[in-house]
Design a protein around this ligand. Structure first.
Ligand SMILES: [Ca+2]
Length: 101
């Protein structure tokens, strides 16, 4: 990945890491992301923590699935996505829209 893309990933990670401890965990998502619209939450099949755990798992690529997303795992996740996106302009747009950077 080039510098531009890495910088965007870094920015998104910092935004997600509310507590600033270098990991994205359930604590970082509380009060930031809503799961009111999640069907499993509405029916009581899943708790907020369950939903956040699934959300975090998606980013735990190439590391340990332990509910703590490291910057490396986050970069690995986006390396996969980045490979499928040809232009920096589109990657930039996608990151800004996803994370409201
Ligand atoms: Ca954190």
């Amino acid at each position: 990945m080039n510098k531009n893309r890495l910088a965007l990933i870094e920015k998104a990670f910092k935004k997600l890491d509310k507590t600033g401890d270098g990991f994205v965990t359930i604590e970082d998502l509380k009060g930031v992301y809503e799961c009111k619209n999640n069907a499993d939450y509405q029916t009581g099949h899943k708790t907020k923590d369950d939903i956040f755990k699934v959300f975090l798992q998606k980013f735990e690529v190439g590391g340990h699935v332990d509910g703590k997303v490291t910057k490396e795992e986050f970069q690995n996740y986006y390396a996969g996505i980045s490979a499928a996106i040809d232009t920096d302009v589109y990657f930039d747009l996608m990151m800004r829209q996803t994370w409201k950077l």
